[in-house]
Design a protein around this ligand. Structure first.
Ligand code: SAM
Ligand code: SF4
Length: 362
């Protein structure tokens, strides 16, 4: 088996069966996979870890995803939308701390007030930072005109996770209605790419009913969609949601963690020059989860810049940190001793090289 893993790792284009084998490998074999992913990262994207200061703009969501703690039917949360002044001050803090970019994330809201506020925030932030601060959006499914409007205002990256690339699995973790339509989400992803954004997607790992074949298909989906960025992470239960009602099995959480590291490493080997996020959900399962993800191929982290008073109410899953992990002395919140050779990429957008080469091909 060990030599089988090595021969897969030597292949130019590992296929579906190879991915399944890699996902199933044991911990000793996984260390070979992680080493290969680290070498690939070093060769194609270098050793910098880029920062996207995360601003969790609002927890008001019109959707009802069965896994998410801020779903419409969870009445246990206090709703908020951060004021424009607070968003701008968080963005200016990111700029001062030399974060290359911010990422604005929110529950899904398609109202005119919401879309216009976002547009105005993008314009103001770009102006106040002399166009130096990059802006990533993760604001769910919107009309193509809205994606265009925000792009013209100055946002240039968009992250919309497909959540599960299998239609069957997607349907098992979402309500069965028009608002949660797999093909609509796919069309949005296509619209984002056509608009000109650096396009990111991703999946949750460890969802109920999910199999290794689903995960292998997820990797193939991301490869074939030719994404520029990936944000994927373990699914973690939230007890006020339909999928979280049964409680968390800690042993299984560790398995999800290991599978996520394997998914990151395999994706790095297959899509060499994309950006891959080390997610906060990894840190929730293991205090050094992000550092481990970086050692396995990830190169982006999203330190939270949401003002403290809102954080407890953006609890999409149980155990999500509600404290500040960064300060003047450590802008990333990472333990650098655990990621030998890595450097924090300050003052740079850290765009995916993949995006540049993809644009050249068009
Ligand atoms: N509303 C937007 C959307 O759904 O694209 C952006 C915000 S949403 C909270 C961001 C991501 O959180 C989702 O894409 C989903 O993958 C993740 N998420 C939601 N509930 C989760 C859970 N219980 N465990 C892990 N990740 C979760
Ligand atoms: Fe809303 Fe996004 Fe959560 Fe779904 S995952 S309920 S769209 S915030």
């Amino acid at each position: 088996m060990t030599s089988e893993i090595q021969s897969i790792l030597n292949k130019k284009d590992p296929g579906y069966e190879d991915i399944v084998t890699l996902l199933k490998c044991d911990d000793e074999q996984a260390s070979m996979l992680y080493r290969k992913a680290a070498e690939t990262k070093e060769k194609y994207v270098g050793n910098k870890v880029y920062l996207r200061g995360l601003i969790e703009y609002s927890n008001i969501c019109g959707k009802n995803c069965l896994y998410c703690g801020i779903r419409r039917d969870n009445h246990q949360i206090n709703h908020y939308t951060i004021t424009s002044e607070e968003v701008i001050s968080a963005a200016l803090l990111a700029h001062r701390m030399q974060f290359g970019s911010i990422a604005i994330q929110s529950g899904e809201n398609t109202s005119k007030v919401f879309t216009e506020n976002i547009e105005s925030l993008i314009r103001t932030i770009r102006k106040l930072t002399n166009n130096e601060l990059g802006i990533t959006l993760s604001l769910g499914e919107q009309k193509k005109e809205i994606y265009q409007q925000w792009f013209e205002a100055g946002a240039h990256r968009y992250l919309l996770r497909i959540e599960a690339s299998s239609i069957d699995l997607y349907r098992k973790v979402h309500p069965d209605d028009e608002l949660h339509d797999y093909y609509k989400r796919l069309d949005c992803l296509k619209a984002i790419k056509e608009t000109g954004y650096q396009t990111g997607t991703g999946v949750m790992i460890g969802l109920p009913h999910q199999t290794i074949s689903h995960l292998a298909d997820d990797i193939i989906f991301m490869r074939d969609f030719d994404i520029d960025m990936c944000g994927m992470g373990p699914f973690i239960e939230h007890s006020d949601t339909p999928l979280g009602k049964m409680g968390t099995d800690n042993l299984f959480l560790r398995e999800r963690f290991g599978l996520t590291l394997r998914m990151i490493a395999i994706l790095r080997i297959i899509m060499k020059d994309i950006n891959i996020v080390a997610s906060t959900a990894m840190q929730t399962i293991d205090p050094f989860g992000r550092e481990k993800a970086i050692n396995c191929g990830a190169n982006i982290i999203m330190p939270n810049l949401t003002p403290d008073r809102y954080r407890a109410n953006y609890r999409i899953y149980e155990g999500k940190p509600a404290y500040s992990e960064i300060d003047d002395q450590n802008v990333s919140g990472l333990n650098m001793e655990l990621i030998p050779g890595a450097i924090i990429g300050l003052g740079a957008w850290g765009d995916a090289t993949h995006f540049k080469s993809r644009r050249l091909k068009v």
